[in-house]
Design a protein around this ligand. Structure first.
Ligand SMILES: C[S@@+](CC[C@H](N)C(=O)[O-])C[C@H]1O[C@@H](n2cnc3c(N)ncnc32)[C@H](O)[C@@H]1O
Length: 191
C-alpha cells in the first residue's frame, strides 16, 4: 500500500519525502524514542503514515491546506487504520492554532514560510523537543544557483538561504545540517 502511495505521488507530481530522507527520519524517531509529532505539510499522508508505523505509541498531528490532498491523505490514513493515531487537520498552518506539546515538529510545507512555521510552532515544542525541516538543498539549487531556471525557484532559494541564516543566528536553538534526502536541518533547544 505504501508503494501505491509512492506511485500516486510520482504520477501526480505530489512532492513527498525522498526515500533516504524518510528512512532517516523514521530511524531518528525510533532512536530518540519520539512519541508525539507535529507535521506541517501532510500532502497525501505518506510521511505521517511512515512515521506512525515506526511504533504503536506514536501520535501525530499533521496540517494540510490543499483540500484535494487532504481528502486523499484521509483515505490513505484510513487504509492503514491509523485515524486513531494520526490527527489530520485541513487548514493553513500559518493561521492554525495547535494545542499541546510535541517531541518532534517536522516542517515540510511551503519553503518560503519556514521561518514563520518555526516561530509559530516552537511554543508547542517540549523542552527536549526537536524541530526537523526538510528541503534545505532544494534539489541542488541552493548550492549551485546556475541550476535555477525560473523566477519562482530563485525566490525559493533566497527564502531557504534566509531560513538557514535565521537558524544560524538563533540563540534558542542550535542546528545541524545533513545532506540526506533533499537536505535536512535538525534544530535542538540550547540547554
Ligand atoms: C512537500 S509536501 C509534504 C510532503 C509530506 N510531508 C510527505 O513527505 O509525505 C508539502 C505540502 O505542504 C502543503 N502546504 C504548503 N503550505 C502550507 C500551509 N501554509 N499550511 C498547510 N499546508 C501547507 C502543500 O499543500 C503540500 O501538500
Amino acid at each position: 500500500m505504501l508503494e501505491e502511495i509512492e506511485l500516486y505521488a510520482k504520477e501526480n507530481r505530489v512532492p513527498i519525502m525522498m526515500k533516504d530522507g524518510i528512512e532517516y527520519l523514521c530511524n531518528f524517531i525510533k532512536m530518540n524514542n519520539i512519541r508525539n509529532i507535529l507535521e506541517i505539510g501532510s500532502a497525501i499522508g505518506y510521511s505521517s503514515i511512515k512515521m506512525a508505523l515506526v511504533s504503536d505509541d506514536i501520535n501525530i498531528t499533521t496540517i494540510e491546506k490543499d483540500e484535494n490532498r487532504y481528502n486523499i491523505a484521509v483515505s490513505n490514513i484510513d487504509k492503514f487504520n491509523l485515524r486513531n493515531r494520526i490527527n489530520i487537520i485541513l487548514g493553513d498552518a500559518l493561521e492554525t492554532e495547535i494545542e499541546g506539546e510535541f517531541d518532534l515538529i517536522f516542517i515540510d510545507a511551503s519553503k518560503g514560510n519556514n521561518i514563520n512555521f518555526f516561530n509559530n510552532y516552537s511554543k508547542n515544542l517540549s523542552s527536549y523537543g526537536i524541530i526537523i525541516t526538510d528541503n534545505l538543498l532544494f534539489h541542488g539549487l541552493v548550492r549551485d544557483e546556475s541550476l535555477i531556471e525560473t523566477r519562482n525557484q530563485r525566490g525559493i532559494v533566497r527564502k531557504i538561504k534566509q531560513f538557514v541564516e535565521f537558524l544560524d543566528n538563533n540563540n534558542e536553538f542550535e542546528t545541524e545540517y545533513l545532506d540526506i534526502g533533499d537536505g535536512i536541518a535538525i534544530s535542538r533547544r540550547i540547554k
